[in-house]
Write a protein that binds this ligand. Structure first.
Ligand code: ADP
Ligand code: MG
Length: 698
């Protein structure tokens, strides 16, 4: 196959050459004609309009000026040197200031000549000036380029010094498009193009760089965003189709005595409607012979553990083993305890395997798994180790999945010749748009209902001046037999300031809640695991009234009697962390309270986080706010946009387009799962040529 013109290295574009090409690669990651075409304008400016200097009265807009440079001065030396020019027109004068590239800028500009200056004014000591504006001779060509929607490209000072000024970018793009636009391939089938009413791709590229009019620009951007979103969905859904086709798992057709006995004789309470619905979904998945790959989302306290257990019992009914993997020892131990309690006297063999399991017990667990005698294994990462071999692993449940990498999950699959079914549980609500992009390949079940009798936790925001009120309130609750958490942020164990705050906090609490009347548990990361465990145990067994802790309690403890959660320096926590912490209370039938303590100084985002917590207890709403505040890049530590190659599309703003793209991907694959129809070839080819790093997507 001959190389496509879009794959041509940029050095071969007229006027670029090898060394400038190298600079483009280094500065903005552009290697080929195709890459350069995707260096989209970051704004469009009306170059037909000139402002006069006296008109400048706000720093809101970008403006274009025409005038004479009347002076050029270098002020200061070395690192602090700057270049200051005066620009004068009929109405007044203003200063242009440069901190970088002084030499080449000074060389380019002559006093007494006329220039066109484009930039954003900023107010400095009561006057407007311009920092690093574009400055071009007001020659004939510059006058000719004055269009109402001129593209404006982002660039760097380094690039500018090698001639890649925003205006030169415009020239380069013209050359590039003239040479390539006829060869820009259509990536969508005629059918999709027609049904989605999209602009053809080549036309979209021309118009995103050089819009004919505002409407064409909007259509061009829509088309390019659609492509970005559509091909992600097409790829994810295609992978799913292929997996379902290829990967056969055992069909768990039977519901036998394990599930039945448990359901009829051991279940301590009726299932919630949401739990029932999810169990139906899981049973259908387990029974159809295809591998289940399901994400179970449910807010803290929504009862996911029970769903996991019942899924495992179906597995046992079909003569297979099941395992449950948790991210921490505390959580694994808690699951083990909960599950053995729930099973009561049922004849099910369950074991706990963690890093601290003794050698002798470990050996007997290994034997039990191989012989099939051991039916359910609960544990931490220790489950992944090679020595852990099952006779017949049928189901893997993973709790709090975002802490496990995809690779780790894959290692669990390998523990069985027939791939086990997989149920991933998470209490971090993932906003829908993000779930569609990140987990488009998984089926999603949602427990959107809390067990009955739970009262939403009341949440308040207090400052230091209210401290005594808070202590009084804690005393009242303790007098009524309740227990209280006080949590400090200790994000980095080594952070001295945070440790200091924790120690000061402990002192104050101990002063106000003295022995022998009050007992306090203290839990932080610096304790030995054994001590941590016994401090927690004292609290769980109601031997202490208050637990002062760092974020180690974020996952794990379940103390229904605790009714107050005080979070110190709450502004330092992220929203999802605050939500998780609050989920530690409100687990019993009594009204619970969450008190957010903060300093007076709050950032806009910090304030918004606290306000959101006070306003709502809905995990999904909180996740949406979180997504807006942080941007999708931070969620779950994925570099979202880089990961999936989004340049124009935005997962928050373009939700509607994303839904549409997903819908079309569904339809296409429904009719042609392997993309074999001639009409679908362009889409297949585009998929195969894309460089997305699919490995990072679940
Ligand atoms: P999650 O893991 O989703 O945070 P858990 O499974 O730990 O939640 O359940 C939270 C609490 O709710 C547990 O104490 C559990 O026993 C209880 N629970 C679960 N399902 C129900 C139900 N259907 N009715 C009443 N209580 C329930
Ligand atoms: Mg849980």
């Amino acid at each position: 196959m001959t190389q496509h013109i879009l794959d041509t290295p940029v050095e071969y574009l007229k006027g670029i050459g090898p060394s400038r090409a190298e600079m483009l690669r280094k500065e903005i990651g552009v290697r080929t004609f195709g890459d350069l075409l995707q260096h989209y304008p970051f704004r469009y400016v009306d170059r037909s309009k000139f402002y006069s200097i006296s008109e400048i009265n706000s720093d809101a807009a970008w403006v274009q000026l025409k005038g004479k440079i009347t002076s050029i001065q270098t002020i200061g030396t070395g690192r602090t040197a700057r270049l200051v020019m005066t620009l004068r027109d009929n109405t007044g004068e203003t200063e242009l200031v440069f901190f970088q590239g002084l030499k080449w800028i000074a060389d380019k500009v002559k006093t007494g000549s006329e220039y066109i200056v484009f930039g954003k004014p900023s107010l400095f000591q009561g006057r407007y000036n311009f920092t690093h504006p574009d400055i071009e001779p007001a020659d004939e060509e510059a006058q000719m380029q004055q269009e109402p929607l001129q593209p404006y490209y982002s660039t760097t000072e380094k690039l500018k010094s090698r001639g890649f000024t925003p205006r030169n970018f415009v020239r380069i793009m013209r050359t590039l498009l003239a040479q390539t636009w006829k060869s820009i391939p259509e990536t969508l089938s005629p059918h999709v193009l027609r049904m989605a009413q999209l602009m053809p791709r080549a036309e979209a590229f021309v118009n995103v760089h050089f819009p004919r009019d505002p409407h064409s620009l909007a259509k061009a951007r829509e088309r390019i965003k659609f492509d970005e979103l559509f091909f992600i969905q097409l790829q994810l859904l295609r992978l799913k189709h292929l997996r379902l086709e290829k990967v056969r798992s055992r069909a768990f057709m039977r519901v036998g005595s394990y599930l039945n006995d448990f359901y009829h004789s051991y279940l301590p309470f009726p299932l919630t409607g949401a739990q029932k619905r999810v169990m139906h979904e899981i049973r259908a998945d387990l029974g159809d012979g295809k591998q289940m790959n399901r994400l179970l989302q449910g807010d803290v306290g929504s009862g996911k553990t029970l769903v996991a257990l019942m899924s495992m019992l179906i597995t046992l009914d079909n003569d297979c083993q099941a395992c449950l993997m948790a991210p921490t020892e505390i959580l694994a131990a808690q699951h083990f305890k909960t599950i053995t309690n729930l099973l009561g006297s049922m004849p099910v063999q369950v074991a706990l395997l963690t890093g601290s399991t003794r050698k002798k017990e470990r050996t007997s667990i290994h034997e039990g798994l191989l012989s099939g005698q051991l039916q359910i294994l609960i544990g931490t990462h220790a489950l992944i180790e090679d020595q852990v071999q099952f006779k017949n692993l049928g189901l893997v449940v993973i709790d709090e999945q975002h802490r496990f990498g995809v690779a780790q999950r894959a290692r669990l699959w390998e523990k069985s010749t027939v791939p086990p079914h997989v149920l991933v549980m998470t209490a971090t609500p993932i906003p829908r748009t993000l779930a569609m992009t990140l987990y488009g390949d998984l089926d999603v079940s949602v427990i959107d209902e809390l067990p009955p009798g739970r009262k939403p936790v009341k949440t308040y925001h207090f400052y230091e001046k209210d401290r005594f009120k808070v202590f009084r309130f804690m005393k009242e609750q303790i007098d009524q037999g309740r227990q209280v958490y006080v949590v400090y942020p200790l994000i980095k164990e080594s952070d001295k300031l945070e440790l200091q705050a924790l120690n000061d906090g402990i002192d104050i609490v101990m002063q106000h809640f003295p022995l022998p009347q009050y007992h306090i548990s203290i839990v932080h990361g610096q304790l030995k695991p054994g001590d941590k465990e016994s401090e927690m145990k004292r609290f769980v067994e109601k031997k202490t009234h208050i637990m002062v802790a760092t974020t180690v309690i974020e996952v794990g403890v379940d103390v229904p009697n605790a009714s107050v959660m005080v979070i110190e320096n709450a502004e330092r926590f992220g929203l999802s962390q605050l939500h998780q912490l609050r989920g530690r209370v409100g687990r019993g039938a009594d009204q619970s309270h969450c008190i957010l303590m903060s300093s007076y100084k709050l950032t806009t985002d910090g304030r918004k986080r606290l306000e959101t917590m006070v306003r709502t207890t809905d995990g999904f709403e909180i996740a949406e706010v979180d997504l807006h505040l942080r941007g999708p890049g931070d969620i779950q530590g994925t570099q979202q946009s880089g990961l999936v190659g989004l340049k124009l599309a935005n997962l928050i703003k373009d939700e509607k387009l994303l839904r549409m793209a997903r819908e079309f991907a569904f339809r296409v694959l429904d009719e042609d799962p392997r993309l074999e129809h001639p009409e679908n070839q362009p889409m297949l080819q585009h998929l195969q040529s894309s460089e997305f790093d699919w490995g990072k997507i679940s």
